[in-house]
Ligand binder design. Structure first.
Ligand code: HEM
Length: 483
């Protein structure tokens, strides 16, 4: 207990000014460094001072449950850092909106309209078309030339998501994706400018404020162009007399027009919501697929079983359709196991303690930033046999699921702010992976052993795969029929 009678969770020793930062210096994969510290200190709940920022990290299912379920409302906001503030300047979206009326309303629109099961179903033709384009593009790669699987997978996920949102492919796609990538890296939450919010010098030297402003303006400009492109596309579709499903921008504009909302939606809100869906939905699903393909290449027996399931069930069918996916039990387990070892958001998205409270007998002061180390939970040998091994079979006959109630496995978070895009993500990931495994056999560069495949991670808003995955392929189910 300190002099004020506060009993903080245990944590590593601190230095003046920088606090516990020296424990993380030179360790860019922060979730790994935090997991090591928690293990060394035997601290399922750990307290650190990162610069000026008081931080608590939860690294046991019990601690995660207390934060995300028992005290869910207390931890339902996210830290309002300088970067977040700058990005919210022209209107708030959903991801970082403080817990309150506006967030509740946008969340309801996301859950019941934008990302509902019905909406996801209605976007099926887009996914099927984009995946068919991917298959065609792979098959058109000249034999002997390795294909950049990471790039292809990222493109199909991005195009499907963009078409779901604005109806059409985005004309500025390349530039936009580069910006998403750059913001993803900048917004990892461990920037000096965010760790020393009161220091003008640090802000100036780190250049964070300036960079965040630039990216904010750039991303909002992209949204303006995307909405303009959407309107032009709608006008063309109407002139041709075609009937197409509502896309997500249509839905938001309709809700705004109907005007029956508790808190009216501004155009700033609409742009910020769409941007949030891009940021939350593209890199996460694309990265998960890259890890899935990499793990399959490192584990040839798993690859064999997944392909056998697909080829048995589809039995020469010319293409994978979404209806077939319900039968692909093993494929679903492959994705589940990938999310255990490679949760796209390893520390979830940070929460903030709204009221001082007690967790596992320790005091967590109001204003503390809270991370839940989902990456460490998914690899903890206390809860997982052969924790580091890729074994989709472990989920066979098991009730453990990612819906936010099994706290050793929470790749989508839990509680009020659990990811609302689980179904949207799975629909894209399952169809893309199924098509890649069904139509093609994949091989590594000649002479490379599966265990030698590069699995280096890079920290951003998501755990990125540092180096792209390049593979050779052989067509197994011919592409000509896949249209
Ligand atoms: C493999 C794919 C994905 C993973 C692993 C993932 C993971 C997460 C996680 C861990 C959170 C934070 C949850 C929490 O604080 O408890 C989150 C939030 C969120 N995700 Fe996802 N996500 C994925 C895909 C998607 C997709 C495809 C969309 C939408 C198109 C989406 C939309 C969102 C939104 C809007 C939030 C913020 C929710 C809020 O603050 O209320 N996500 N996601």
């Amino acid at each position: 207990r300190d002099r004020d009678g506060v009993r903080l969770p245990p944590g590593p020793w601190r230095l003046p000014v920088i606090g516990s930062l020296h424990h993380l210096i030179g360790k860019p994969l922060i979730y790994r460094a935090l997991a090591d510290l928690a293990r060394r200190l035997d601290a399922p709940l750990m307290y650190l001072k990162l610069g000026e920022l008081p931080v608590v990290v939860a690294t046991s299912p019990g601690a995660a449950r207390e934060i995300l379920r028992t005290h869910d409302a207390t931890f339902a906001s996210r830290p309002w850092t300088m970067t977040v503030k700058i990005f919210a300047a022209d209107g708030q979206g959903i991801g970082f909106a403080p817990y309150g009326r506006l967030w509740r309303q946008i969340r309801k629109i996301c859950v019941s309209e934008l990302l509902s099961a019905q909406r996801v179903r209605s976007l099926r033709h887009i996914r099927e078309e984009e995946v068919a384009r991917l298959v065609a593009a792979v098959a058109a790669t000249p034999p002997g030339v390795p294909m950049n699987v990471s790039e292809r997978v990222a493109a199909v996920i991005a195009d499907s998501a963009v078409r779901a949102m604005i109806g059409d492919r985005f004309e500025r796609r390349e530039e936009f994706l580069e910006t998403v990538d750059a913001v993803n890296k900048m917004a990892s939450g461990f920037n000096l400018g965010d760790l020393f919010p009161s220091s003008w010098l640090v802000k100036f030297v780190s250049g964070l404020g300036w960079r965040a402003h630039t990216y904010h303006l750039k991303t909002f400009e992209f949204m303006e162009l995307a909405i303009k492109q959407h309107e032009e596309w709608r006008a063309r579709v109407a002139a041709d007399g075609r009937r197409v499903e509502e896309d997500l921008v249509d839905v938001l504009l309709r809700i705004q027009r109907e005007g029956s909302l508790d808190v009216p939606l501004t155009m700033g809100n609409i742009k910020a919501i769409i941007l949030d869906l891009f940021f939350a939905g593209i890199d996460t699903a694309a990265t998960t697929l890259q890890w899935a393909m990499s793990e399959l290449m490192r584990n040839p027996n798993v690859m064999k079983r997944a392909q056998a399931e697909l080829r048995d069930i589809l039995n020469g069918k010319p293409k994978v359709a979404e209806d077939d996916l319900t039968q692909m039990k093993y494929l679903k387990l492959v994705i589940k196991e990938t999310l255990r070892l490679h949760p796209a958001a390893p520390l979830l998205v940070p929460r903030e303690c709204g009221e001082s409270c007690t967790i596992l007998g320790y005091d967590v002061p109001k204003g503390t930033t809270v991370f839940v180390n989902a990456w460490a939970l998914g690899r903890d040998p206390k809860y997982w046999k052969d924790a580091e091994e890729f074994k989709p079979e472990r989920f066979e006959g098991s009730t453990i699921d990612f819906k936010g109630t099994d706290f050793e496995y929470i790749p989508f978070g839990s509680g009020r702010r659990i990811c609302p895009g689980i179904l949207f993500a799975h629909s894209n990931m399952e169809l893309t992976l199924a098509a890649l495994l069904y139509h093609f056999d994949w091989t590594l560069t000649v002479g490379m052993k599966p265990a030698e495949l590069d699995m280096t991670e890079e920290m951003g808003l998501t755990i990125l795969k540092k180096n792209d995955l390049h593979l050779h392929y052989v067509v197994r189910v011919p592409f000509q029929c896949a249209q």
